[in-house]
Design a protein around this ligand. Structure first.
Ligand code: ADP
Ligand code: MG
Length: 252
């Protein structure tokens, strides 16, 4: 601040961490002068630019942190092809209620039916809504917890899966897991359940077969109970999207 009360705008905006206003004020002042904006309009425009830019940066950062294997949105999901799920049925998972009410979702189906796509799309909507998300496969999650236990770092590893607002556990049931699988998965599910934090699980196996996959029928039951108390199971049927082209009849 100088003695007459004015300040170096560039330096001041830098100090206040307003990089977008700093970048945009030149062009905005120019446009404002040409078009005769009021002071209020100028300020509103600059503040709006800063807010929009921050939101975009946050979404990018959260998306990176979520570790999605690929990014697909709900808008990219073809509900005409996958007719066993209606857009309407997903409504309650695509709004703030997902996190606010700690909804659980189990997506079941054979490969290529769109389970992972939908799980990612739902988590991404939550990110757009201001929350954070984490994607993992069941195998990765169990492996990480297994390694952490060996190194005495269970608490930190658990926190990684318990603290995000939304957790996706993909592909439960594809592999034969180790003997501590049921216990580890139960801890993650139970802690999230107690904190009312949503989980989205995809699987190619019906929940009543998870006992065999996890080598523990009682713990698998306890997991399924917690998922179902405030959640839905959606079964994706029909044909594999990956093979849709092969199934289009050849023109005659
Ligand atoms: P799953 O997890 O059930 O094996 P994915 O969600 O990985 O299947 O889907 C396989 C591929 O097909 C992905 O690239 C996904 O985006 C796409 N896909 C699947 N179903 C649809 C659909 N109904 N509309 C658009 N793309 C789809
Ligand atoms: Mg998948």
């Amino acid at each position: 601040m100088t003695r007459d009360g004015s300040c170096d705008l560039e330096a001041g905006l830098k100090r206040l961490h307003l990089p977008t206003i700093r970048r945009m004020c030149g062009p905005v002042f120019e446009q404002a002068e040409k078009e005769g904006w009021t002071y209020r309009e100028v300020l509103e425009r600059l503040v709006a630019e800063e807010i929009a830019n921050r939101a975009e940066t946050r979404i990018k950062r959260s998306t990176r942190k979520a570790k999605f294997p690929f990014l697909k949105t709900i808008e990219e999901f073809d509900f005409e092809f996958q007719r066993s799920v209606r857009r309407q049925m997903l409504g309650r998972f695509l709004g703030p209620e997902l996190v606010e009410e700690g909804r659980m979702l189990v997506l079941l189906g054979e490969p290529g039916r769109g389970k992972t796509h939908l799980a990612i799309a739902i988590a991404y909507k939550a990110i757009q809504g201001g929350y954070d998300a984490r994607f993992t496969t069941a195998a990765q999650l169990l492996n990480e917890l297994h390694v952490a236990a060996r190194e005495g770092e269970t608490a930190a590893a658990l926190a990684e899966f318990v603290s995000p607002d939304v957790l996706v556990i993909d592909e439960l049931g594809y592999l034969a897991y180790g003997p501590d699988a049921a216990n580890s998965l139960f801890h993650v599910v139970d802690q999230r359940y107690l904190k009312r934090r949503p989980i989205i699980i995809t699987s190619n196996k019906e929940p009543d077969a998870w006992g065999a996959v996890l080598h523990d029928a009682d713990l698998a039951d306890a997991i399924v109970d917690r998922l179902q108390e405030n959640g839905d199971v959606i079964r994706l049927k029909g044909k594999s999207y990956r093979r849709r082209k092969a199934e289009v009849p050849a023109p005659v």
